[in-house]
Every structure is written in structure tokens, then in C-alpha cells.
Design a protein around this ligand. Sequence first.
Ligand code: PBG
Length: 343
Amino acid sequence: MNRHTLPGKATGRSVDEITQGRRLRRMRKADWSRRLVQENRLTVDDLIWPIFVIDGENRREEIAAMPGVYRMSIDLAVREAERAAGLGIPALATFPNVDLSLRDQTGSHILDADNVINRATRAIKAAVPQIGVITDAALDPFTSHGHDGILRDGIIVNDETVDQVAAAAVVQARNGADIIAPSDMMDGRIGAIREALDANGFQDVAIMSYATKFASAFYGPYREAVGTAGLLKGDKKTYYIDHANSDEAVREAEQDLAEGADMLMVKPGLPYLDIIRRLKDEFAMPTFAYQVSGEYAMIRAAAANGWIDGERAMLESLLAFKRAGCDGILTYFAPDVARLLKS
Ligand code: PBG
């Protein structure tokens, strides 16, 4: 009788009697057996890298609340895109920070074919055609009030915003965007974008819907990055989903798919793993998570204080998205992870 089969002091029964011989630790014993039974893996193919672009040349501005993330002028963004492609990162998502003088009540600058987003797409696709470029058709970086829609008498007007967003999507596609990812949560935007793209000959441009975007406190650092933090009055609860809700997220995703979305996104990420799993099980569609700025900032800040191992926390958080059912993750960690996975 070995040690483990001795009757326990408290129960009078041996561990083998209790477990009926099932010992889950057996496969955890060695590195080789842990690798053999590992269910999910994170690879570079899972990564989408969100970047911030600005006007000018050779400009790189640090974002205080996002250490290690920079706003970059287009020339530098192109260099980073080359590096990202070299690491095997499949796609970038671009976000602008434009001068205040270019922002107005309706976000009209989004329609300018020569705005910094469209110029960035052209430059990146010319230099690095093998990387996917994802553009956001939401108005918030272009409005004087920081909302994702047109604001009239204190109301974000839905249908007029949808027209503007669909027109912006066409301009972005015309300038080379591979995927349009509208993050504004207006009703009907996916259908309107699909129709507008098709009517203009962009049948092959895909739509990644920010289908379930929750009203969240985790977007703070992003608003600093795109310069909407100081502009925004009130909150976005009249258009983003209440973070208490889950069935509503399923209805949003269902609606967006019916209107023609090719991919679904859940945003923020880590606090919403339950939503990811529900959408994947329900729809079996390509499903993505956006590990947003606040999630990035939390890991970076805790790591900088020596409170957690930042590298391990980063990898653990990203693998959690895979386990929850994600096909990929938008993450500011993308280049760091890609480098780590390569080494
Ligand atoms: C708005 C938008 C947001 C993010 C990207 N586009 C949220 C917001 O400002 O309300 C957040 C991304 C992040 O936090 O990393 N359309």
C-alpha cells in the first residue's frame, strides 16, 4: 500500500477510493504531457494590431495611459506595418487623431478621401500589400463632441448617422481598406454599409461588426489616444449595450449577421468572455475580441509596478480569448506577442 492509498485521517477513505482512480494531475506531470493535451493555442495568426495615426512626418507621440503605444505619422506607420508583416501579423486596424480644427458636429472630415486614415491605408497597402487593413467607419474621432454619431438637440440621431457611416465606408474601401469595422452601434449600419459597398463595386470588402460593443469604463485610454477624452459630454449609453445584458448581445449579433456582417466582434474583451462563448456557440461565425485600451493599461500598469509578471499576464489574457471561442484578438500587445511567439 503506498502513501496515496492510505486511509485519510478525516474520511477514513483513501484518495483512490474518493477519486475512483481518476487522477487529473497525471497529465500535468511533465512538460511533454502538458503540451500533448493542451486544448488551445495562441499563434501570430490570431492577432490584429490597432494603431493610431497622425499627420506629419517622422512623428511619434507617446500616449500617457498606454505605455508602449504611440500615435505615429504615416511614414512611421508604414515602417511598423512592414515590421508587423515580417512578424506574420495578419492585419492592422487604424484609428486617427486629427486636429481639432477638422472636427465638427457631423464628423464630415471622415468623408475626405485625403484624411489621415485614407492616406494611411493607401500608403500601407502600397508598401505592404500582404497585410490586411481594417478601418473603423465610426465618426467619433471626427466629431467636435466625441460621440460616434451626429448630435442634434442632445440626441445621437440614428438614420442620418447611418448614411454618413455608409458613405465613409465606401470612401475607405475606395482607398484600399480590406475590412470595414464600424464601431458606432447605430441600428441598420451593417445593412447600409453592405448595400453601399456593393453598389460601388466593393463586393469583396468584408465587414467586421463591432456587434456587441458595451458601454464600458475600459475605453478611457483610447479616448486620450484619439483626442476625444476632453470633448465628450455625457456617456454612450443610448447606443452602446448595457454591460448588464447578455441576451441583448445575442440579438445585436443576430441582427448584424442578417444585415450582412462577415465577422463578429465583442468589445471590451476580458470582462465579456461569456458573450464571446455565447456568440460562438450560437452563430459559429468568425468571432473576434477587442482587448481594449483599459485592459492593456491595467496589465501594463500592474507590470510596471512589479505587481504582476506582465509578459505572462499578457499571454494568459490572450489565450483566454481563444479558449472562450475567439478566432482572433485585436490587441495593442500584438507586436510584443508576435516577437515573443517567434523567439
Ligand atoms: C468609438 C471607439 C471606441 C474604441 C474604439 N472606437 C470606444 C469609445 O471611445 O467609446 C475603444 C478602443 C479601446 O479602448 O481600445 N467608436
